[in-house]
Design a protein around this ligand. Structure first.
Ligand code: MSP
Length: 675
């Protein structure tokens, strides 16, 4: 078994205040780190904030403060929230710290000295929101990642020879099969790299809020090279101090970089390439989780649909938020957040199931055995029901570990709650409260066995789920008379370790039931906390583009005026056109046709082949994964011998009718109908 475990969260941009989406990433890492520590593994858990770049520079200007003021304030807010959530981070890195700048410059120097950096000039599109250079798109084109308009950048830059790493990266993904998880993300990355890598601009001369390029301070280092390096600089990379160098040597490479699915490319393509170029070891795995949705779209500041973790902490507490997110979201997939579901989970799983098990068991031991864990009767007199609980507990220990180590947190917790349910049922069926009425020796022995069995099962569950819900479990542990739960070694956990005669601590309830009014209270608090949602400054509003379709027919010329009243169609006519959200899975040029691309588009019910006249505006590789609008009920036609089963909707812009694909600012499910 590995003797160390280094886990990181992404570092959070400080242009937005922390929301439940950020909290999710952080608490998953925290739960993983806690379990590793309980297993006795030397663990280092890093989080922090990403504070440079054009996006932050602009947010500060918009807020009328200096970048330094903005970053200090928001970074402090993130940290305060993590402290309130008892996040057990070992270090908190800020990219504006001197130790980080020194390390990033060292990274740049190493890559340059190894021959992977050259000077060139760049003219192309840049998405400030994603801090991403966007390939092969014309002026005004939308970012393929977020759909916002890109800006044209024309500068002399330093370039990183990313193209030199294509084969090495593909070999890495094959040889280290669990380098990227889950599998869907791995496949996306492989498709992206296979479609060819271009060299990457890694400096900017038109902005100043960043880390200067060594020996050429007119340029600042590209924010993603700066940000990704935090995983090394926080450990001491680039420091002359021996203790820093030792820490770096001890913990690098990272065992897990936990990220959201939208930043996979930066972590799985750019980051390993930078590290290879710097001749540094590569991380062991990059784990991408899905998004938390609120009101069915990705929770994010620009959409104005965020939930503040503080609201849940104020009303239901830290464990409620943690348990809900770990139990409700299937890790790796998108998951919805709702106050209704939160309260329901809290009441059923925490207040009812675990809370009741703890309070009944502990109260009865206090009452019938003066607060000391009783002796169970000899093996010969134990019933099959007693043995079944012991067996289930032992199986749960194994299953929980297996599922948790496979990032199936929800199923691991489900397994633990399976044990809770079994013990609650056992208590009902064996009615210790009725047995206690009898008072004869045999009944007393029976009572002792029942209460020992349920207390021991409670101990097992409490130890297992401590990394997920640390506060309540610490209290249950103390009530069981076992002291500090953090000192307990999970690797030794097995049935039967609860010592007879253990003196219980004072018994108190851990999860008071929540009534319906808490939902309204939380909604009210959210209303108070959220400023009125202003339309995001960076939407496409006001673009002079009109809707047209590209696909079977060449792009239609842009109409000069909207239809007159006479020529308008009825709603029934419109309803004949069936449009759905599709996601492009495959895109390639049609041989011998400059304008056409052959696309395979997932429309929810099937994958359709569509031929679209967009090849001059979009490079095929930029389209993979993109969500588009598809007219799905058109008759099939052949274009250049290739059958097309639908049409992709796009605006037709300018004199040449340049196609601009219609898309959505919110995340929409594939197959959703447009009407
Ligand atoms: N600064 C970059 C990361 C650099 S890492 C070297 C960044 N920051 S971010 O603040 O925009 O997002 C950071 C992380 O927050 C995401 O990767 C994701 O883990 C998490 N989330 C932000 N919104 C989220 C949801 N709505 N749902 C789940 N996670 C979300 O990207």
């Amino acid at each position: 078994m590995a003797d160390k475990f280094y886990i990181t969260t992404p570092i959070y941009y400080v242009n937005a205040r922390p929301h439940v989406g950020h909290a999710y990433t952080t608490l998953v890492c925290d739960a993983m780190a806690r379990r590793k520590r309980m297993l006795g593994v030397d663990t280092f858990f890093l989080t922090g904030t990403d504070e440079h770049g054009q996006k932050i520079e602009r947010s500060a200007a918009d807020a009328g403060v200096t970048p330094r003021e903005l970053t200090d304030r928001v970074s402090g807010e993130f940290r305060a929230l993590w402290d309130r959530m008892k996040i057990s981070y070992d270090d908190y890195i800020r990219t504006t710290e001197a130790r980080h700048a020194r390390g990033v410059q060292e990274m740049f120097r190493r890559i340059r000295d190894n021959g992977f950096i050259y000077k060139g000039s760049y003219t192309g599109q840049y998405c400030v929101y994603d801090e991403l250079y966007v390939d092969a798109a014309g002026a005004g084109a939308l970012c393929p990642e977020c759909g916002r308009p890109t800006e044209t950048v024309s500068e002399e830059n330093y370039f990183f020879k990313l193209s030199a790493f294509e084969d090495k990266l593909l070999r890495l993904y094959t040889e280290q099969a669990d380098f990227i998880r889950p599998e869907t993300r791995r496949n996306e990355v492989i498709t992206f790299v296979r479609s060819g890598l271009r060299d990457l601009s890694i400096s900017r001369s038109s902005i100043s809020w960043g880390i200067p390029v060594p020996d050429d301070p007119q340029h600042v280092i590209y924010v993603w090279l700066d940000a990704l390096s935090n995983y090394c600089t926080a450990l001491g990379f680039g420091s002359p101090e021996p203790k820093d160098q030792q820490r770096f040597a001890r913990y690098w490479p990272a065992d897990v970089h936990m990220i959201g699915k939208e930043i996979v490319r930066f972590h799985c393509v750019y980051w390993p390439a930078f590290l290879m170029a710097a001749k540094l070891p590569l991380p062991r795995s990059i784990i991408a989780h899905g998004w938390l949705l609120f009101e069915e779209s990705k929770m994010s500041k620009s959409r104005g649909n965020i939930v503040h973790p503080q609201t849940v902490l104020d009303v239901l507490g830290n464990d409620a938020l943690r348990y809900f997110l770990l139990r409700e979201v299937v890790f790796g997939q998108d998951g919805g957040f709702s106050f209704d579901a939160l309260v329901q989970r809290y009441n059923s799983d925490l207040a009812n199931d675990l809370g009741n098990l703890a309070s009944r068991t502990l109260t009865m031991i206090a009452r019938y055995f003066r607060g000391e864990v009783p002796y169970p009767s000899s093996a010969a007199t134990r019933t099959p029901a007693d043995e079944a609980i012991a067996r289930t507990a032992q199986e749960t220990i194994t299953a929980f570990g297996r599922l948790w180590d496979d990032y199936q947190f929800s199923r691991a917790l489900e397994a633990a709650w399976g044990l809770v349910a079994a013990v609650n049922k056992y208590l009902v069926e064996n009615s210790p409260w009725a047995v206690a009425e009898k008072g004869d020796d045999e009944s007393r022995a029976r009572l002792a066995t029942i209460l020992y069995t349920s207390a021991e099962a409670l101990r097992v569950v409490t130890a297992l789920v401590h990394p997920a819900i640390p506060e309540a479990t610490a209290r249950i542990w103390t009530q069981l008379g076992l002291g500090e739960i953090a000192q307990f070694r999970l690797s030794a956990l097995q049935w039967g370790q609860l010592q007879l005669g253990t003196k219980l601590g004072p018994v108190e309830g851990v999860f008071p039931r929540a009534d319906k009014s808490v939902i309204e209270r939380m909604l009210e608090m959210e209303r108070e906390r959220s400023k009125p949602a202003a339309p995001p400054a960076d939407t496409q509003a006001g673009q002079p583009a009109t809707q047209a379709a590209v696909g079977l027919a060449p792009a239609a010329p842009a109409p000069t005026a909207t239809a007159t009243t006479e020529s308008r169609i009825s709603i029934d006519d419109f309803a004949k056109v069936e449009m759905r959200v599709g996601q492009i899975k495959v895109a390639e040029k049609v041989k011998g046709a400059d304008k056409l691309l052959r696309l395979e588009v997932d429309i929810g019910t099937e994958v359709r082949q569509v031929v679209a006249g967009i090849a001059e505006a979009y490079a095929p590789e930029t389209l993979i994964g993109r969500k588009v609008v598809v007219v799905v009920n058109l008759q099939a036609r052949k274009l250049r011998g290739v059958e097309s089963n639908g049409m992709i909707v796009a605006a037709s812009v300018g004199e040449k009718g340049t196609p601009v694909l219609a898309g959505f600012l919110e995340d929409v499910p594939v197959g959703a109908k447009l009407k």
